[in-house]
Design a protein around this ligand. Structure first.
Ligand code: UD1
Ligand code: MG
Length: 457
């Protein structure tokens, strides 16, 4: 097999995005468009070169220094971008050229392109597509025998060419030898002041070297992203593909149109996802879970059999059989143990909750280590912040924290101790103790009724 190297053109500013962020860093389904292109490239070859330019430091920062980058200092068009790679290409073999703004093309389309290129023995093969609305794309002009003749950019179309609906996806396979001979000779398009890579096609045809076209059946996959409208359309399509894949793997998605799952998120079989659920980043969900309506999980590891309704969970670990919500907020650094209940209007931050414990209603738990079998009564609050520093609270196994207690950290509550409702706890409680701290109760017989009657008068 010939050597195959992928060259990804990602130096453009993306003026039509109207953004300070380089275009290829705009995200679809949680990942920059260049990430998606790179994933497809990695699936077909181990060698990739990324041409960066506008905002190159941001691109390198995101993708890290283990990738191979070349800088296009002046942005003089796609042909000029590919020229940057010439000194680094091997003497022979194939170059798969991809645009960093065409993120929907996957391994399958690239493999078909490469295998057609091999079969036909052409010097170049262009990946094309038939678009209902081809505006904005370069058009494929064919000769009388149906062979590809040239690619004409939108700006330079004649009225006859304008109706052509076969477009250039910006993805090509080139014999490296042909590239080495002809790419340096690419003329500058004077009108635009750019070197069009697309002009190389006509040069190769003129030189009598074979050029072929391979058509992508599903035109939606060829979508190039130049503005935010196209970004949202491509993102919608990518979401659809992610949801479809998960459903085929055994996940029930009640309403795919309102379910937003990032690329790379994993969900186990027999999990049911209700509408308005968002699964982001590095989230991994086990099997037999029930998420939503309205579950929002970010960078969270979820075990099996977890229930999560109308709640937000970030950068945390949720073990098997946990029941969350409605309306809970689990903040970064939390570890919720097996079969724990985190109920309504509860906020947990940077805390671990032991197996089978319950925080069922209206609580705040911050910087705490709660053992197994603990009950946090309604409205119990961990007072972790004294206005300057955060402090830790430890609640040992089997402790019972009465309703509306304030646990002022730093604090340790011993095993199987009982905190009476309404207490403010400021000192450590030894194991097995009853702790009560609240003002005494006075009863004035008959005074309540008299007071209410007075109010009516
Ligand atoms: C390009 C093609 C067009 C094709 C379309 C497919 C050319 C001249 N036109 O047009 O035929 O239908 O893609 O989506 O090739 N880039 C650089 N350096 C530059 C300019 C661009 O690296 O100097 C990169 C961009 O980052 C982008 C890619 O090349 O990833 C394509 O550039 P873009 O400006 O989007 O070209 P289109 O107008 O979309
Ligand atoms: Mg483009």
């Amino acid at each position: 097999m010939e050597e195959l190297i992928a060259v990804i053109l990602a130096a453009g500013e993306g003026t039509r995005m109207k953004s300070s962020l380089p275009k290829v860093l705009h995200r679809l389904c949680g990942k920059p468009m260049l990430w998606h292109v790179l994933e497809s490239a990695k699936a077909v070859t181990g060698r990739q070169v990324i041409i960066t330019g506008y905002g190159s430091e941001k691109v390198r920062e995101y993708f890290g220094e283990e990738l191979f980058y070349l800088e296009q200092r002046e942005r003089l068009g796609t042909g000029h971008a590919l020229q940057q790679s010439l000194p680094c290409l091997p003497e022979a073999g194939l170059a798969l050229v991809l645009c960093g703004d065409t993120p929907l093309l996957e391994k399958e389309e690239l493999q078909e392109l490469i295998s057609l290129h091999h079969r036909s023995g052409a010097a170049a093969t262009v990946l094309t597509s038939l678009m209902k609305d081809p505006s904005g794309y370069g058009r494929i002009v064919r000769d009388e025998s149906g062979g590809i003749l040239k690619i004409v950019e939108e700006l330079h179309l004649t009225p006859e060419e304008r109706v052509i609906n076969e477009i250039n996806t910006g993805t090509y396979c080139f014999n490296i030898q042909a590239l080495k001979s002809f790419l340096p000779l690419l003329p500058k398009n004077e009108e635009k002041g750019e070197y069009y890579l697309t002009d190389l096609v006509h040069m190769l045809v003129e030189a009598g070297l074979g050029v072929k076209a391979h058509l992508v059946e599903d035109a939606r996959l060829a979508l190039g992203i130049n503005d935010r409208l196209q970004l949202s359309r491509a993102a919608a399509l990518m979401r659809e593909k992610i949801n479809e894949r998960l459903m085929l793997e055994g996940v029930t998605i009640i309403d795919p149109a309102s379910t937003y799952i990032d690329a790379g998120v994993e969900v186990g079989a027999d999990t049911v996802i209700y509408p308005q659920t968002v699964l982001e980043g590095k989230t991994k969900v086990g099997k037999d879970c029930c998420l939503g309506p309205g579950a929002h999980l970010i960078d969270t590891l979820v075990g099996d059999g977890v229930l999560c309704r109308h709640s937000l969970v970030r950068e945390s670990i949720i073990e098997n059989g946990v029941n969350i919500g409605p309306y809970a907020h689990i903040r970064p650094g939390s570890k919720i143990g097996t079969s724990v209940k985190i109920g309504d209007f509860v906020e947990i931050k940077n805390s671990s909750i032991g197996q089978g414990s319950k925080v069922p209603h209206l609580s705040y738990v911050g910087d705490a280590e709660i053992g197994p079998g603990v009950n946090m009564g309604a409205g119990s609050i961990v007072v972790n912040y004294d206005g300057r520093r955060k402090h830790k609270t430890i609640i040992e196994e089997g402790a019972f924290i009465g309703c509306n207690s304030n646990l002022v950290a730093p604090l340790s509550i011993g095993k199987e101790s009982f905190i009476a409702a309404g207490s403010t706890v400021t000192r450590d409680v030894p194991p097995g103790s009853l702790m009560i701290s609240r003002p005494g109760q006075e009863i004035k017989k008959g005074l309540g009724k008299r007071f209410l009657q007075k109010k009516k008068e």
